[in-house]
Design a protein around this ligand. Structure first.
Ligand code: NAD
Ligand code: DAU
Length: 346
């Protein structure tokens, strides 16, 4: 089996490659990645020597290049992780999100039609469902929940999902979609909540919590996401959407406090700052379908996962400090430098 993993030099894609190499060593994996600011070849260092692994640099929006790549590789399966993935950046510059996340998905689907594949899998997000109110803990996103997006990022991901469904129905492309909740774990780019807070706490820098910190996310350890995608590829029904999440809801403030406690740092590092525009209040997945159909259950609790993640960041300082030393500083200054500080009693 030959599997193309687009976006495999990023956070979840790289974890997926390592998971698949260990679980199915007989499969051939080709990573196709443009190496944007979020892609990092150092992340794939431990895969490079494997005879069944290959890296190809390329942009999923470059139709001619992607076509030549498909013609040369003749993949059985395509798993599309490639995307612009950060909500804050999508609020700053939506264009690139539309190009990569929508047009890029369209190019991949056209190549799947033209060259024929056994399965196209779209890695989507729970953000396509919009958000849930904070005072209704009984509500969850199911696969039947209407698409109702808030940010340019989530709108681009929802558009891509619609394209995948259209190509399945119109052209018979054998496609599946998964919509996962917030991931965390090794190789998470430090612009995102958990690694950003770990890096800042270790440097005794302020921890910028948006708004009141009461927004809720449903956290999943990244390896549990990889297991779920592998199951969908092998046993999932073509044409179906599968939600992935493990009932690990936490407010942002609870997440930040857990990090501070684990690192033995003071709560005085927390700084409440101007909220994200259009900030989604709560995400919460109902994973009943993937549990009942495919037997998937998450293996890692939030408490165990956050400890493992912090240990990984402590043991791999070079990996994230290299990132922080580059263009990231300019991003940080742009995103946080002028943000109004808010005063709440902690
Ligand atoms: P990431 O930003 O860490 O990685 C994205 C990767 O895609 C990078 O390696 C980047 O170089 C590559 N890429 C970007 N544009 C490209 C292009 N035009 N052509 C080829 N490669 C390109 O993202 P992530 O957090 O690993 O997310 C991966 C996928 O999972 C995304 O589709 C995202 O929407 C989805 N997702 C993420 C989460 C999460 O919590 N991080 C949760 C659910 C779904
Ligand atoms: O739900 C899945 C989604 O999770 C994925 O589709 C996205 O690709 C991924 O980035 C993530 O989106 P979020 O916006 O939920 O993740 P982020 O880490 O950016 O923020 C998590 C929460 O923390 C959110 O409520 C905003 C808040 N936050 C974030 C940052 C970076 C802060 O309070 N301060 C911060 O500095």
């Amino acid at each position: 089996m030959k599997i193309i993993v687009t976006g495999g030099a990023g956070f979840i894609g790289s974890n997926f490659i390592y998971y698949m190499m260990a679980k199915h060593p007989e499969d051939k994996i080709v990573c196709y990645d443009a190496l944007t600011y979020a892609g990092n070849l150092e992340t794939l260092e431990n895969a490079m020597g494997n005879a069944n692994f290959k890296f190809v640099r390329g942009d999923i929006t470059s139709r001619a290049h992607v076509e030549a790549f498909f013609a040369a590789e003749k993949p059985d399966i395509v798993v599309n992780f490639a995307a612009e993935s950060h909500v804050d950046r999508s609020i700053e510059t939506p264009d690139i999100f539309l190009r990569t996340n929508i047009l890029g998905t369209g190019v991949l689907l056209d190549c799947c039609r033209k060259y024929g594949i056994k399965r196209y899998h779209q890695v989507s997000t729970d953000e396509v469902y919009g958000d849930l109110p904070l005072d209704r803990p009984d509500l969850f996103f199911t696969e039947e929940t209407n698409l109702h997006t808030s940010s340019p990022y989530s709108a681009s991901k929802a558009s891509a999902d619609l394209l995948v469904q259209a190509y399945h129905r119109t052209y018979g492309v054998p496609a599946t979609i998964s919509r996962c909740s917030n991931n965390y774990g090794p190789y998470h780019f430090p612009e995102k909540l958990i690694p950003l807070m770990i890096a800042n706490a270790l440097a005794d820098k302020k921890l910028p919590v948006y708004g009141t910190g009461e927004n809720v996310r449903d956290w999943l350890y990244v390896e549990d996401h990889c297991v779920a995608i592998d199951l969908i590829l092998r046993k999932g029904r073509v044409g179906e959407v599968y939600n992935i999440g493990g009932h690990n809801e936490r407010t942002n403030l609870q997440v930040v406090e857990a990090i501070l406690q684990e690192l033995d740092k003071p709560a005085s590092l927390i700084e409440f700052v101007e909220d994200r525009k259009g900030h989604d209040r709560r995400y919460a997945i109902d994973p009943a379908k993937i549990h009942e159909e495919l037997g998937w259950v998450p293996a890692t609790s939030f408490d165990a996962g956050i400890r493992k993640t912090i240990q990984w960041y402590l043991a791999h300082k070079c990996w994230w400090q290299n990132i922080l030393s580059g263009d990231y500083q300019k991003y940080y200054e742009r995103m946080y430098g002028k943000r109004t500080k808010l005063e709440y009693a902690k």
